[in-house]
Design a protein around this ligand. Sequence first.
Ligand SMILES: [Zn+2]
Length: 408
Amino acid sequence: MHDHRRLGRELGLFDSDPLIGSGLPYWLPDGAAVRHALEEYIRDQERRAGYQHVYSPVLGKRELYEISGHWSHYRDNMYPPMDLGGEQVMLRPSLCPHHALIYRSRARSHRELPLRIAELGGMYRAELSGVLGGLSRVRAIQLNDAHIFAPLDAAAGEAHAALSMISRAHAAMGIERAWYRLSLPGPGGKYIAAPGDWRRSTALLREVLDEAGLPYEAVEGEAAFYGPKIDVQVADAAGREFTLSTVQIDFHQPEQFDLRYVGADGAKHRPVMVHRSIVGSVERAVAHLIELHGGAFPAWLAPVQLVVLPVGDGERAFADALVARAVDLGVRAAVRGPEHGTLAARVRDARLAPYQAVIGPREDAAGDVAPRLRDGRRLDPRPAAEFLARLAGQIAAHSPELWPVPAP
Ligand SMILES: [Zn+2]
């Protein structure tokens, strides 16, 4: 494993400035390309799974967090309120309260449920500066979050579907080593007291894990203040374990915000709230991907996916045209011409790009490319259009493989 802070600098993915502050990194163009690809993948998966996307503000009034329980149970991690003309507003510590209010903004019928509300939104954590570093501990977080409002009997199915989305995403991202933790409350007063709710949600989460056939470890003291959760754990470069993805079943927030729906019987019922995150914080997810792949991202995440290498200046025009066609197909492509050194040096410089296309006089004359894959494979020269179409297809499929494995 690599240190993402060193690689992030070397590869020009992100950086920070003491004048902006610690724990507040900025993303450089190549890092922004990785992040954008990840965010688009998540949104696409969510759309296919019936989620609806919203935007909500990163600020809220102090009363909002008093109702949600953050003010009394989570205040140590929050920024202090700002006084605005007699009102106190705060940077939000989570997206849940805003989504609960979006649910509550109109009368809901059982026919609309499960209602899946998703947002890649900002939230803030008042981390001490001593623990900050790179992208793994930040004070401004972009969270891949969603809340599913469902009748009680649909909650387990929704949690199960979220776990399947998580494993599909991990496969696409090339994450092979992850394990499941059932996070339960521990001793101490940091949890809301409603023993019946804790028992019910813990039983449901156990049922979901058992039904999915997933081995897990139950750990006390790791629950959210309002309920237990399934955490999908991975390890960073230093071997420290952290939570990448999470699924929770929550009875508390629907109660606090008095959420309701009209059932088939015409009576009012309380929905259950399933909180789920596929990749957690975008910062932490990208930090993990940098360390896991040493900068050699799966093709769909790579900042530059195709590097075109004209052998000499004579092949320059064809190389430029090839890049233009690739960009048109949605591929992130660039030319590295002879002004950047010998062909061997340029091949080496572009070693993290999943695909290289070398163009010599013979390829130029025939309209062919001679592709090289990052794993060292060289493909036979082939028509440029055919290569680009297959490459674009491979990227669009979010495959962790660089090229189709030939049929036996
Ligand atoms: Zn939530």
